[in-house]
Design a protein around this ligand. Structure first.
Ligand code: NI
Length: 156
């Protein structure tokens, strides 16, 4: 583990007051952890903007009765086989499916896959969550590029 460093910050009293109230509501016990999380969040954004090798998840809900939807989604996912590490599918109710894709690859490529998926007719909601290991990740295709499977998944 790396060495901890203490540093002082000058900040407007009112702003700090607001910050303290907000982090207390979120359950932080002290400012240090809240500030560390803010910095990490900022670094994730920077990584994604720099189009580096990164990881994320895409969550979507769709009505599988929509004409050609399942076919379109499967086709799209097969076009990004190097970026999709894993797919989780849950049949929510008679109509709705929830799907979570674990993604790894160049940030802009992952963003473009998310944009394509969310704009498919019948996809009710979709959201890309960006995350990071905090370290530079090896580039190249993932080790799990064959994890996608439709086995046992069929809709009437
Ligand atoms: Ni389903």
């Amino acid at each position: 583990m790396s060495e901890l460093v203490r540093f002082g910050v000058s900040i407007d009293h009112g702003l700090l007051d607001q910050f303290d109230k907000q982090i207390a509501r979120k359950g932080y016990k002290n400012r240090s952890e809240a500030i560390r999380d803010l910095i990490r969040d900022h670094m994730v954004e920077q990584e994604w903007e720099a189009n580096t090798e990164t990881v994320g998840t895409f969550t979507m809900v769709y009505d599988h009765h929509t004409r050609d939807l399942s076919l379109t989604l499967t086709h799209l996912q097969h076009s990004f086989v190097g970026e999709i590490c894993s797919v989780l599918h849950v049949h929510l109710d008679h109509n709705n499916c929830l799907e979570v894709l674990v993604l790894k690859g160049k940030a802009q490529l992952l963003q473009s896959l998310a944009d394509k998926l969310v704009s498919v007719r019948g996809v009710k909601h979709g959201k890309l969550t960006m995350t990071t290991t905090g370290e530079a990740m090896p580039s190249g295709p993932g080790d799990h590029s064959h994890a996608h499977s439709d086995d046992g998944h069929s809709h009437s």
